[in-house]
Design a protein. Structure first.
Length: 609
């Protein structure tokens, strides 16, 4: 009996030790992020991360515990084969999650959730396009070492022969092992308190990266997978009536008089060109007080409308596109694009323009099926979607498909060949300024900055050619990034990560100006439709930025937080730790309450779609 008890305890302890050691390994890999962390904090991270480690070890030890009970009554080799197979499966799963988490953390700034699975399932080639050859080699080596160590440990503990027992010993052993296996429920649940184990248990610091290092990525991933679709149960901060009270005034009333809107266009039916810039940020532009790596964009700011306090709603393209096209906030816990039954019920600016005679067209050099994009675009009313397969194979040289210069050349060719009097709505999504930042261009030694400079040069060339068309005088070009910026990295300041430029240029713009009101991508739809005199009340969360009576604020999310920012203050709240990350200004506390209510109402709305 003692042998089996020791094996159960050893199995559990081995998992715990491995999970504890993952933390310094994670920090060592990202030592450029954690170089300022002292040895006391390294110990605190491992200590405060223990609750999740103990919980996950309980889950993983439960099945071996049941097998040990079975071994009391039978010495069948099937048990050994089963435990070996289980050890391999667990080792592969744990190694995969840890390696992917380490690789993604710097770009995503939160620990692994279920998002990569969705990306991989929708388009495996695009999901791995960002990975360099060096990352493949290093990740593969670490994966193999991790699997070998874990499998060897578990085999030594669980797969050796066990002594046979007499009948009385069998009964006693079975009862004791059953009780011990059942006792695993205590660390699994996190004790005897009302709340069950969750990510907030490990949060101990006001410094987000310390909390992130304490999180067990396998627990984070599993928790995300099992809590994806219960929208009506997530983020219940207030009773319904109290949430309504805090939420009041945060969305645009449908009774606002259209003649109160400041008109900045020369026509209410311009040809509209959206240029959605992959990963651009304000930190690349001299227009925002930085060194300019985007001279073309900076030069265009002098002839258009520059929105200086625009924020990206999220961190990935699939989430940002829904914000731009549907005026819908990005949920922090999931990608809305994965739910075709919900996105088809969302309004879209392309559909609104189509209703008044526009012909919406979408151009993207990559795979339009990635992240269910194509189904979303079709539901959004796009009549034509040009993507990777529509380009000659000779032009599909990038890991993401066609390079940006080929993309813009295709758009210009189509614009030149257009006939008829229907106004056009052209959406162009760039991709070359995405990892791995490989472009046919050389201006900067830094490959990241070089990729942005390349796309910037493509935009400049496209706009210059667009100006030669007779339709230019009636054209509005809206340039906006798809999500937060990829430069500089790492950028620990949450607010700074989300600052992006938005620029309106074209012959349809009355005069250059700066718009210094807080806003985010979700506000583009209502702002443009109001300029065109078109209804926009069905865009629940979008606001007309040129209406004097609309409250101006920026709302954004990441996988682990939300932010709410106005002229009067800011609030950033960590959703994993249920802690206030930032609260500043005279309205800081009010904004925190309103941000919570906003998120709760968003998930109420999601549940109702």
């Amino acid at each position: 009996m003692l042998t089996r008890i020791l094996r159960l305890a050893s199995c559990y302890l081995a998992f715990v030790i491995l999970f504890v050691l993952q933390k310094p390994l994670f920090m060592a890999f990202h030592i450029h992020l954690y170089s300022d962390v002292n040895w006391v904090d390294w110990l605190r991270i491992m200590w405060h991360g223990l609750p999740l480690d103990l919980s996950l070890a309980g889950y993983l030890t439960a099945l071996p515990g049941l097998m040990l009970i079975a071994s009391v009554w039978t010495q069948s080799r099937v048990l050994i084969y089963f435990l070996k197979a289980y050890s391999v499966l667990v080792a592969v799963l744990m190694a995969s999650i840890f390696v992917v988490d380490v690789g993604l953390y710097e770009a995503w700034q939160f620990r692994l959730d279920a998002t990569p699975v969705f990306y991989f399932m929708s388009s495996p080639a695009d999901a791995i396009a960002s990975i360099t050859a060096r990352q493949w080699v290093m990740g593969g080596m670490f994966f193999c070492i991790y699997v070998a160590i874990l499998y060897k440990c578990q085999s030594l503990i669980m797969c050796r022969p066990l002594p046979q027992l007499r009948m009385k010993q069998k009964i006693t052993s079975s009862v004791v092992l059953l009780l011990l296996t059942g006792a695993l429920f205590i660390p699994i649940r996190g004790g005897f308190s009302v709340s069950t184990m969750n990510l907030s248990r490990v949060y101990f610091s006001a410094v987000p990266k310390l909390n992130h290092a304490a999180i067990n990525p396998i627990f984070s991933f599993m928790y995300s997978v099992t809590h994806q679709q219960n929208f009506d149960e997530q983020f219940r901060f207030f009773a319904s009536d109290e949430a309504d009270k805090h939420f009041e005034g945060l969305t645009q009333s449908t009774i606002l008089q259209p003649d109160s809107t400041l008109q900045v266009l020369t026509t209410n039916r311009p040809n509209v060109v959206f240029i959605i810039l992959e990963s651009f940020s304000t930190h690349l532009m001299s227009s925002f007080g930085n060194v300019s790596y985007t001279p073309e964009l900076d030069s265009l700011t002098t002839e258009g409308i520059l929105f200086t306090k625009m924020y990206a709603n999220s961190f990935r393209t699939d989430r940002g596109l829904v914000s731009i096209i549907s005026g819908y906030p990005a949920p922090p816990t999931t990608s809305l694009m994965k739910y075709a039954d919900k996105t088809e019920k969302l309004p879209a600016i392309s559909a609104s323009l189509k209703e008044v005679g526009y012909v919406p067209t979408y151009y993207y050099g990559g795979d339009a099926n990635f992240t269910n994009m194509q189904s979303y675009l079709i539901s959004a009313g796009f009549e034509k979607i040009v993507s990777e397969d529509d380009f000659p194979r000779s032009q599909r040289e990038s890991k993401w498909g066609a390079y940006d210069h080929a993309l813009f050349q295709r758009v210009m060719s189509d614009l030149r060949s257009q006939t008829g009097n229907k106004p056009t709505a052209t959406f162009i999504q760039t991709s070359s300024s995405h990892e791995p930042f490989e472009v046919p261009f050389h201006r900067h030694e830094n490959e990241r900055l070089n990729a942005f400079a390349y796309t910037d040069s493509c935009v400049g060339a496209f706009v210059r050619e667009l100006k030669t068309l007779p339709t230019w005088k009636n054209t509005l070009v809206i340039l906006v990034p798809d999500h937060w910026g990829a430069y500089p990295r790492p950028l620990e300041d949450t607010e700074a990560r989300h600052t992006i430029p938005m620029l309106w240029i074209g012959g349809a713009v009355k005069q250059p100006m700066r718009v210094d009101v807080y806003s985010s991508q979700i506000d583009i739809v209502a702002t443009l439709l109001a300029q065109m005199g078109l209804p926009h009340g069905n865009f629940t969360f979008s606001k007309n930025l040129f209406h004097p009576n609309v409250r101006k604020f920026a709302f954004f999310t990441e996988g682990s937080l939300f932010g709410m920012i106005t002229e009067q203050g800011k609030a950033i709240y960590n959703l994993e730790g249920n802690t206030v990350q930032v609260q500043e200004g005279p309205q800081g506390h009010q904004l925190l309450m309103q941000g919570k209510a906003y998120l709760q109402k968003l998930y109420d709305h999601l549940e109702g779609l």
